[in-house]
Design a protein. Structure first.
Length: 301
């Protein structure tokens, strides 16, 4: 007897990832978000400045927490003002949370963006429900306000589940280069003769099956970074080399060649960097343990 295909949440999400029917809408929204004149504010919304990982998961804690607290208070007799305050705070806090989410979303690949768009629509519906709940409560319609609040909380749960799918199953916002220091064996590794690396051009090599990007400067210094971009694993060796930095060809993150520091987002984590030396005309490298002073570098580049 033929087996039925799998059913449930995960198969449905897998189908959503593969559904390309809304890609024209996604591309239009993506272009609009990336065209916003945010300047350095874009890096702040990504979480690159000061935090070092996406800021969106942190910001969403406020609306989720306040709306859940308001719903709990709805189950208690008497108190009404507290719910209004909590719902109002949540609605206000949802705005910067949404802004950071959209900025991150615009730099994802299509499978993530398809889920992310539904995630955003669910959360927008939740904001609408809680806004309507607040209006109803202010007008004295407390029963209607409670019902709208429950609907909003349910929509928030759907949005949260989709956000979890993006973060943990699709690795949205994860550091795609974090594994490198854990798999490269300690000690010096040969990369090749100095003459194998033309000045000012990126060359791709392997260390313990880990792709690395090698750039030799005219003065003789050799810089080596993990090749897979920490943002979405783009090939840095195919990016542009300018002003001592490399620009990822996929989403435009910029990293310093000298130490891998991410000077421009959307990447929020630096690239694993390697120490290098030249012995008898051959280049040797070893994984660099990032010092605390590196992590505390101000955005001076």
């Amino acid at each position: 007897m033929p087996q039925r295909g799998p059913r449930g949440v995960l198969p449905a999400l897998d189908r959503l990832e593969r559904w390309s029917g809304g890609d024209h809408i996604i591309e239009s929204v993506r272009h609009a978000v990336r065209s916003l004149p945010l300047g350095r504010g874009r890096d702040a919304l990504h979480g690159r400045i000061g935090l070092g990982h996406p800021v969106h998961p942190l910001l969403v804690q406020v609306p989720v927490g306040t709306w859940l607290s308001a719903t709990v208070l709805d189950l208690l007799p008497g108190e009404r003002r507290g719910q209004r305050v909590l719902i109002g705070v949540g609605v206000a806090a949802a705005l910067p949370a949404a802004a950071s989410g959209w900025v991150d979303w615009a730099e994802l690949h299509h499978q993530q963006q398809r889920v992310g768009l539904v995630h955003a629509l669910s959360n927008a519906a939740a904001v609408g429900a809680f806004t309507a709940s607040l209006v109803a409560r202010c007008r004295g319609s407390h029963t209607l306000g409670k019902g709208l609040g429950l609907a909003g909380l349910a929509l928030t749960g759907v949005g949260g589940a989709l956000g979890g799918h993006m973060a943990y199953r699709q690795a949205s916002g994860a550091n795609h280069a974090e594994y490198v220091p854990h798999v490269v064996t300690p000690g010096w590794h040969p990369l090749g003769n100095v003459s194998d690396f033309p000045v000012g051009r990126a060359v791709r090599r392997q260390i313990d099956d880990v792709p690395v990007m090698v750039v030799r400067e005219a003065e003789g210094a050799v810089h080596v970074l993990a090749d897979h971009c920490s943002h979405m694993a783009g090939p840095l060796s195919e990016g542009d080399i300018t002003d001592g930095c490399v620009r990822c060809p996929w989403h435009g993150s910029v990293f310093r060649l000298a130490d891998g520091w991410n000077v421009k987002g959307p990447a929020t984590a630096p690239q694993p960097a390697f120490d290098s030396r030249i012995t008898d005309g051959r280049v040797e490298v070893r994984i660099r343990q990032r010092a605390q002073t590196d992590l505390e570098s101000a955005d001076t580049a």
